[in-house]
Design a protein around this ligand. Structure first.
Ligand SMILES: [Zn+2]
Length: 238
């Protein structure tokens, strides 16, 4: 997100409640004004930012689905269930990370322009699922069952065509809701990941004309602002 997008995000009703957020400052010499913003924390664990992140990814899933279908692609949901011997999230994640690159290369050979967004689902019993919205299907049932399983990652237990972009958005939102409400989510684990080929949302804001600088934590902001005022600058905070 650009800083301007942070600004837009701040104007929404879900204002970030994380304390000790970074403060950024820019100086507009032409207007003799000093600007301060506090970007949102963007953390999934933050109630407001978690919701905002979910909205962003839901929008990106819908947008990507639309663009890929315009390209002539057919869209699918898949679920890969962790290997039956895996009953804890860390172990599952270990095999998933270890096996994914090789599996991805295999998939790219089978599915030209392979694109996906995937969401991790962490079950109470320690198992996990990985849910995909994607533009491709592996060629046959056997491959689906065997290839991920051979890498100890699990097996595909669900795959269906998805005809509506809103259904793709709903699917992503549904599993992100589960991820958000899970207070024990491991710190190192992602909730969601897109492929590099998944379409990006168009920029809705121009790049900031300002050069934003991070202000050191612990700076006495009131005092600093007063120094600027004494020098004849206006101060604006967002
Ligand atoms: Zn936040």
């Amino acid at each position: 997100m650009s800083y301007i997008e942070h600004l837009f995000a701040l104007s929404e009703k879900d204002v970030c409640s994380t304390q000790n957020r970074a403060v950024l400052r820019a100086i507009d010499e032409s207007q003799k004004t000093v600007l301060y913003i506090r970007p949102v924390c963007k953390m999934w664990a933050c109630p407001e930012c978690g919701k905002r992140n979910k909205r962003f990814w839901t929008a990106r899933a819908i947008y990507g689905h639309e663009k890929l279908v315009e390209n002539g692609d057919t869209m699918y949901f898949w679920t890969i269930t962790a290997h039956e011997e895996i009953r804890n999230f860390d172990e599952g994640l270990h095999y998933w990370r270890k096996g994914w690159n090789a599996l991805y290369c295999q998939l790219k050979r089978i599915i030209p322009d392979f694109a996906y967004v995937r969401v991790f689902e962490h079950h109470k019993d320690g198992a996990f699922h990985v849910h995909f919205v994607t533009n491709g299907m592996p060629p046959n049932e056997r491959w689906i069952k065997d290839a991920p399983r051979a890498k100890h990652m699990g097996y595909m237990n669900e795959a269906e065509k998805v005809r509506s972009k809103y259904k793709s958005g709903f699917y992503i939102a549904k599993y992100l809701n589960k991820a958000i409400s899970n207070a024990t989510w491991p710190r190192s684990a992602r909730r969601i990941q897109p492929s590099q080929t998944w379409p990006k949302l168009p920029e809705n804001a121009p790049e900031s004309p300002y050069d934003w600088k991070l202000i050191a934590f612990g700076t006495d902001l009131d005092r600093e602002m007063n120094v600027w005022r004494k020098r004849g600058y206006g101060v604006q905070t967002f």
